[in-house]
Design a protein around this ligand. Sequence first.
Ligand SMILES: [Zn+2]
Ligand SMILES: [Zn+2]
Length: 166
Amino acid sequence: MANTHKAGCACGAVQLEITGDPTVQVYCHCSSCRGWLGAPIHAASLWPTPNVKVTKGADKLGLYKRTENSHRQFCTACGAPVLVGHPSFGMTDVPAGSIQGFTYRPTLHVHYGEKVMVVRDGLPKFKDLQKPQNVSAPVASTSWYVFTGGVHVGPPSADSARMVHA
Ligand SMILES: [Zn+2]
Ligand SMILES: [Zn+2]
């Protein structure tokens, strides 16, 4: 039986059920994510969109389309961020801190050039995002990839100039 996780907003009006495992877990330091969450770092977990189901409170979900590829949804009762849809690549980001009992295992940092908090965890850190490349590779087979209004995808080793040593 597949893993199942429960997630949702702070007041409980909106609840999610997520099955399987996240495709990518990544810290994002961009100012847009920080502004959305009011937190110094966004702990993103990206799941195939069909794996993320709204089991309660779909009518309470507000929608803010930051871009056509970044659909932020939040609880209109308590204001908590619930998920971010990325229709261009079929993934849904659920902020990791809202997933009950979930052990977060990020593999890299992106937009580290915009950081407001230094992190020394030995993980790869990218100043921004990779340019799209190797997009023909199945997403699940890449060890990472990221999001934000645009898109991006590719193996980190392809562009070490963007790495930040921290
Ligand atoms: Zn709520
Ligand atoms: Zn971000």
